[in-house]
Design a protein around this ligand. Structure first.
Ligand code: ADP
Ligand code: ASP
Ligand code: MG
Length: 438
């Protein structure tokens, strides 16, 4: 039995949490390979090491020096090493890291140093070999993970080692420079190591007792989900349930490796099992979970007989392609079509430019832009072919006095997505949760 364990930022926050991590690993001989994040927040208002590193990069750009943000990071690591009474020359490691940050002067290299440093400390604490992800996680010239090379290098690096530690969040690109995943990406690193090690289980250790039916920062004490399918996970995490990065399933899915979300601070709690869709057993609930995100822009097009106009969607999407913009959803009617886009992608006059080009390309009767939209996704295999879920959903939203701005249902019937004004986001999420779970 091989388990790969990934520990997130709160599990790596200070010396005491690192000792907890050590005891979790050592309590089970199957927990052979460990992936770590950078130290996260120790208390509300604290700053994650990764955020301090992005600040450090800004300092380097402005002044050529790592500055106060890096000094805070150094203090944190010196504190951890002295708390753990480790025989590790952290001063030299920090000095070398500071010099490398100035020399490489890249945001990805700088951001990756949190995982590098916490990996060095944790490998010393566990007394296991340290594997730098730069040497084993490789991206191709297209910027995507080079699967074949990565799995071969990692398998070779892990071979014959009883235990080992691999740093999360980053790898190396085709030009030999450090490249990170998107934020929260150590979850993906954990999945890659699980796949390369041929693990039986990928344990993802965090600060909540599993995947909860709704965001605990908005709904008080949501019920835990005992088991989820890969597909449900992908829908929920993509739509904002950021307890696990939405791309984490890809490496493990092909090898049918289950993921288990566990709480470092309550290891006895069962947590959530995320299973291949074929092995997943229906919980009996119509809705498995609810998630959501704010700040979307909708471009709404209307044109009589749009349905008969061959190439309408194609010509509109050509505008998106030209600007390299991806869309989240395209809800359609007979003569209407909406494009839902993450507002962060449309900065600096791009929205206006694209709207002009779409007007030219497809001559709609009307084109409207709706800003500040939040999306809420209700997800569950139990919704498939079951009558009444959408009626209950829309009744609950109406009872909360919220106007629905947009509706989209995926063709798999695995989700219903509702758009509301940003300001109604929290209220809607609570109302929907109460309808299906309270
Ligand atoms: P880590 O640092 O361990 O990777 P994250 O902060 O990335 O942890 O993810 C855990 C956090 O995700 C929780 O503390 C919680 O606030 C948040 N979260 C959002 N949605 C959910 C959900 N549906 N279930 C559990 N946690 C959620
Ligand atoms: N440290 C990185 C971040 O804060 C990656 C991670 O924690 O997964 O996004
Ligand atoms: Mg995370």
């Amino acid at each position: 039995m091989i388990k790969v364990c990934k520990f997130g930022g709160t599990s790596m926050a200070d010396g005491i949490t690192m000792l907890r991590v050590k005891s979790i690993i050592e309590s089970d001989p199957a927990r052979r390979y460990v992936v770590v994040s950078a130290p996260g927040k120790r208390f509300g208002g604290d700053i994650k090491v990764t955020d301090l590193l992005y600040e450090t990069y800004d300092n380097v750009v402005v002044s050529g020096e790592t500055g106060a943000a890096f000094e805070k990071i150094c203090e944190r690591f010196r504190g951890i090493v002295s708390e753990l009474k480790l025989d590790l020359d952290i001063d030299s490691i920090l000095a070398e890291t500071g010099e490398a940050i100035v020399k490489e002067a890249s945001p990805d290299f700088c951001a990756s140093r949190g995982e590098y440093l916490s990996g060095r400390v944790m490998a010393a604490l566990l007394d296991v070999p340290f594997i730098d992800a730069r040497d084993v996680v490789k991206f191709g010239p297209d910027g995507k993970l080079d699967n074949a090379r990565t799995y071969a290098l990692l398998a070779e690096a892990l071979k014959g080692k009883k235990r080992a530690l691999v740093t999360g969040f980053y790898g190396e690109d085709a030009n030999g420079r450090v490249k990170t995943f998107s934020r929260g990406g150590s979850d993906i690193s954990g999945a890659i190591v699980a796949r390369a090690a041929g693990a039986d289980l990928y344990e993802n250790w965090t600060d909540v007792s599993g995947f909860l039916a709704c965001d605990p920062r908005i709904v008080e004490n949501p019920v835990p989900i005992r088991s989820l399918s890969y597909k449900e996970l992908r829908e929920l995490s993509y739509m904002g349930a950021n307890v696990l990065h939405s791309e984490s399933i890809f490496p493990v899915r092909e090898a049918d490796i289950p993921i288990r979300i566990k709480n470092t601070f309550r290891p006895e709690d069962k947590g959530t099992d995320i299973l291949p869709t074929s092995r997943y057993t229906y919980s009996g609930r119509r809705v498995t979970g609810i998630a959501g995100k704010k700040n979307f822009t909708v471009i709404f097009l209307e044109k009589s007989l749009m349905n008969e106009e061959i190439g309408f969607t194609y010509r509109t999407l050509a505008v998106f392609m030209k600007h390299g913009i991806s869309f989240e959803h395209i809800p359609t009617g007979i003569d209407t079509m909406s494009f839902v886009i993450d507002s962060a992608e449309l900065k600096g006059g791009l929205l206006e430019e694209m709207c002009d080009e779409i007007r030219d390309a497809v001559k709609p009767d009307s084109l409207r832009v709706i800003n500040d939209i939040a999306l809420i996704a209700v997800v569950g295999h139990g919704m498939t072919r079951s009558v009444g879920v959408s009626a209950r959903l829309f009744e609950a939203i109406a009872r909360a006095g919220v106007n629905v701005r947009m509706i989209d249902q995926g063709s798999s019937e695995l989700n219903i997505i509702v758009g509301v004004d940003n300001e109604n986001y929290e209220r809607t999420l609570k109302a929907v949760y109460e309808e299906f779970f309270d």
